[in-house]
Design a protein around this ligand. Structure first.
Ligand code: G1P
Ligand code: ZN
Length: 542
């Protein structure tokens, strides 16, 4: 029985960089979830009788929202929903399930690397039939709809048992509870040389993978321990918990500090890796060396041909604008296109669909390829393993040789979290005001070469995205980028991205903070961060 329920709009359901993200209590307001899910369905056309995929990272509130979404999908007229057992699907696995089953689209429940729990973060995101995040044209339509919504439709039925594999009827719609790992593991096996990686483990290669009590635990165990034969215990914190054990499931040097410390220790394993809440990010650490995500993108692009899935070479490389230019030099050498997009994976979808790019990445620990339409943490780890198995060299040697060949892009991101929104907007507005006057001026020892507010013209569909970050480029190729986060749930987060290119191998041994000192000082001078935000230091440096 379909019920039509009257509702009133919420004014704040605008999807950000990656879907709608709010605190759990915010989502628990009456009809808050229902309004947004109905707005998604109301913004789509032609899905009657088709397949929808639903899954999430298992965080607090995941199961409740899945039941609501299932019942609303049945009322909306979908023919079938594929849902991961226990409501679990990592974001890249969901993308794969959508693609493999030629589904109409998917609903992914996650707040990525943000904490989970009764007062922590939650999120709802819609992905289209190519498996990737909905483009802005759709997220804008969803937002417009949320402002007018006055009713939603839902079937009146008991909850679906999410823990039993199999096919169930929900008021005429088929619900298939699927194994969340199987299809994904099969896809990985088709891309990488599992025999070579397994042989490396047999020869004593040691690895530590921190699943951060988040969604990748079951994926990493099934692939790295079971299929590739790494010793049991290689995957740590492998059970997904609704509150991620009280931690931030964010694979960076702050939140994965234990892994970092172990990798810097005397008895470090050969390779350390971690993934985030929903499994799309990755952290790569070799014995005694952290690999920045920007460098990892460049290194993977330069070595991808060593993996069977990429032996034919790359069509092109795409990176988000704030990501370092390390990948640009690889693209140049390979003679393939390099595409610079705004922040957020949704901008890579068109390039991947058009066959213009094969590998994509962001400085925020996201790397992926055309195998799905999301960034993919476990994929990045497996490609690294494949490269290590093929090259038989330590991570540190591979990285330093890469720098010697291409030059080193010293890089850091400084985040000022939970600052006052007006102060943050004021800071960006003031920078925007003075952009025109900056070229030619000196900031300490640096001279500004160019300054702009990044705008992107999608080469595939011609759509334009403006105001994607303030770029200040200095003579000699260094730069500072300022932008406000689009994923936060309280106040504003200012991100300052700092990069310096150093071609001389004799200067590749510096500490990052030392190498970037002039640029960090210039960022402060240009933006007046301390004065405007009251913060003397960033909260997180990655
Ligand atoms: C952040 C990252 C961005 C990433 C997004 C989703 O967005 O910076 O690269 O795509 O999370 O994981 P932001 O908070 O900066 O808008
Ligand atoms: Zn994520």
């Amino acid at each position: 029985m379909i019920q039509t329920v009257a509702t009133t709009p919420y004014a704040d359901q605008k999807p950000g960089t990656s879907g709608l993200r709010k605190k759990v209590p915010h989502f628990q307001q009456p009809n808050y979830v229902q309004n947004f899910v109905q707005a998604i369905f109301d913004s789509l056309e032609g899905f009657a009788g088709k397949t929808l995929v639903i899954g999430g990272d298992g965080r607090y509130f995941n199961r409740e929202v899945i039941q609501i979404a299932l019942k609303m999908a049945a009322a909306a007229g979908f023919g079938r929903v594929l849902v991961g057992r226990g409501g679990i699907l990592s974001t890249p696995a969901a993308s794969n399930v959508i693609r493999k089953n030629r589904a109409f689209g998917g609903i992914i429940l996650s707040a990525s690397h943000n904490p989970g729990g009764p007062t922590e973060d939650f999120g709802i995101k819609y992905n289209i039939g190519n498996g990737g995040p909905a483009p802005e044209r759709i997220t804008e339509a969803i937002y417009a709809r949320t402002k007018e919504i006055d009713e939603y439709r839902i079937v009146d039925a008991p909850d679906v048992d999410l823990d039993k594999l199999g096919s169930f009827d929900l008021e005429g719609m088929k619900v298939e509870v699927i194994d969340p790992v199987a299809d994904y593991a099969e896809l990985m096996e088709s891309l990488f040389d599992f025999d070579a990686i397994a042989a490396m483990f047999r020869d004593g290669f040691r690895m530590s993978f921190d699943a951060m009590s988040a969604v990748t635990g079951p994926y990493a165990q099934a692939i790295i321990e079971t299929r590739l034969g790494a010793p049991v215990g290689t995957v740590r914190n492998a059970t997904p918990l609704p509150d991620f054990g009280g931690h931030h499931p964010d694979p960076n040097l702050v939140h994965a500090k234990e892994l970092y410390d172990a990798m810097m220790g005397a008895d470090a394993p050969d390779f350390g890796a971690a993934s985030d809440g929903d499994g799309d990010r990755n952290l790569i650490i070799g014995k005694g060396i952290f690999v920045t995500p920007s460098d990892s993108l460049a290194l993977l692009a330069a070595n991808a041909h060593l993996a069977p899935g990429y032996s034919g070479g790359l069509a092109g490389i795409a990176r988000s604008m704030p990501t370092s230019g390390a990948a640009d030099r690889v693209a140049e050498k390979l003679g393939v296109g390099l595409y610079e997009t705004p922040t957020g994976w949704k901008f890579f979808g068109n390039l991947l669909d058009a066959g213009m790019a094969t590998i994509c990445g962001e400085e925020s620990a996201g790397t992926g390829s055309n195998h799905v339409r999301e960034k993919d943490g476990v994929w990045a780890v497996l490609l690294w393993l494949n490269v290590l198995a093929a090259r038989k060299e330590p991570v540190k040697d591979i990285v330093t040789k890469h720098w010697a060949e291409y030059g080193r892009n010293y890089y850091a991101r400084h985040d000022y979290e939970g600052i006052d929104s007006d102060a943050a907007n004021g800071l960006v507005a003031a920078l925007r005001e003075k952009l025109k006057a900056l070229p030619g001026t000196k900031v300490g020892p640096l001279t500004v070469a160019e300054a702009d507010d990044f705008a992107y013209l999608d080469p595939v569909d011609g759509s334009e995205s403006k105001h994607q970050g303030i770029r200040i480029l200095f003579e000699g190729g260094s730069r500072v980028v300022f932008r406000l986060s689009g994923t936060g749930t309280s106040g504003a987060t200012l991100r300052v991205y700092i990069e310096r290119f150093e071609p001389d191998p004799a200067k590749h041994g510096m500490e990052t903070a030392e190498a970037l000192a002039d640029l960090i000082a210039a960022a402060e001078t240009l933006a007046g961060i301390r004065e405007r935000t009251g913060r003397a230091e960033p909260d997180v440096i990655t």
